[in-house]
Design a protein around this ligand. Structure first.
Ligand code: NAD
Ligand code: ZN
Length: 346
């Protein structure tokens, strides 16, 4: 079968072939229809320090996909051949303290699909059935293939009450843009998003941000202050969603939060950076780090949000549909920053 594989510990990913994986008890064999390129795949493609530390080679990459159940392993309940599915990419141990406590997304022994075990950039791959998520017909193959990153955004947005609140999102990458759409969907008052990339700010506007501000070059705090004045916001943002991984963005957020504000931090910094702890203390801020998606509450809630109008709102985020063979172009587009989600068709 065809696949995209990291063959050797060096930059690049190649269009290659691999054996049909052997189906174990409790697993599904999934025929992939669509797969989306994640920022993580780009890290693996570039073979940065994190990938070198984390990814054994050879490895079939990819963890954002939608497909159809091709075969069902022994002991699997609730799935049949032909079911349309996507799935949670974090495979958890089931016996650590957090798993037993019902917090599987915080498992101490998480294994990543397409990172530590063969992934979804393949015509067929296996997944524990407990990780699979059955799709209703209202959710298209394309939209289903981005439910993994969308789940990150949903997890952030459902961490705090957003109804009627003013939200600041720093970073209009695919996940930040998705978050803007979700905030709108959930009934936030003002949704303001920042980035340094004009193309992505445009997508954020199309997905429902009230204001999308380019903070490259000018003083970001001044820009936000005047935006807040224009909107008639006197005291700062109620909720902050950090989705850039950049220190300047987080400092910008801390400076503009209202007293008692709440922060969900998803962005992963490339290196440690300083912040002004005073802001956190004197404003009495609540900060929550976000990893992955709650298993599986995020998935059930996301499914119904998609059916209930979120799919339509998110349509602009899918900017490129390519054939599997065009994967190099897909990675180049992702690296350029001039894209929302790039989807490969199998
Ligand atoms: P991305 O890298 O595509 O988007 C980040 C955006 O931040 C870019 O558009 C960039 O231009 C922008 N940016 C850079 N400097 C900025 C600044 N000073 N102010 C505002 N914006 C700035 O990433 P993504 O795929 O959308 O993911 C968002 C973040 O979440 C990344 O850091 C990613 O590593 C992280 N992530 C975390 C999890 C998790 O489970 N915690 C999962 C997936 C992704
Ligand atoms: Zn565990």
């Amino acid at each position: 079968i065809r696949c995209l594989k990291k063959e050797t510990p060096a930059p690049g990913i190649s269009l290659s072939t691999t054996e049909i994986p052997e189906l174990q008890a409790g697993e599904l064999l999934i025929r992939v229809k669509r797969a989306a390129i994640c920022g993580t795949d780009v890290h693996i493609y570039n073979w940065d320090e994190w990938s070198q530390r984390t990814v054994p080679t050879p490895m079939v990459t990819g963890h954002e996909y939608s497909g159809v159940v091709e075969a069902v392993g022994d002991g699997v309940k609730g799935f049949q051949v032909g079911d349309r599915v996507t799935g949670e990419g974090h495979i958890v141990c089931g016996h650590c303290r957090n798993c037993r406590g019902g917090r599987q997304h915080l498992c101490h022994n998480t294994v990543g699909v397409g990172v530590n075990r063969p992934g979804a950039f393949a015509e067929l791959f296996t997944l524990p059935a407990t990780n699979a998520f059955k799709l209703p017909e209202e959710i298209s193959d394309d939209m289903a293939s981005i439910m993994d990153p969308l789940g990150n955004a949903v997890h952030c947005c459902l961490s705090f009450d957003l109804v009627g609140e003013d939200v600041l999102i720093t970073g209009a990458g695919p996940i930040g843009i998705m978050a803007a759409a979700i905030c709108r969907h959930l009934g936030a008052r003002f949704v303001v998003i920042t980035d340094v990339n004009e193309y992505r700010l445009g997508l954020a506007r199309a997905c429902g941000a009230d204001l999308a501000i380019n903070v490259g070059g000018a003083n970001a705090d001044d820009l936000l202050k005047s935006a807040m004045t224009d909107l008639g916001m006197l005291e700062g943002f109620d909720v902050g969603l950090e989705m850039s991984g950049h220190g300047s963005a987080l400092r910008n957020m801390l400076n503009n939060m209202a007293h008692g504000g709440k922060l969900a931090i998803l962005g992963i910094p490339a290196e440690p950076f300083p912040i002004d702890m005073d802001k956190l203390v004197f404003k009495g801020l609540t900060v929550k780090g976000i990893y992955g998606r709650e298993m599986y509450e995020t998935w059930y809630k996301m499914r119904n949000m998609l059916i209930g109008g979120l799919s339509k709102r998110l349509a602009p985020i899918i900017t490129h549909n390519l054939k599997l063979e065009q994967y190099k172009e897909g990675f180049e587009i992702m690296r350029s920053g001039q894209s929302g989600k790039v989807i490969l068709e199998f």
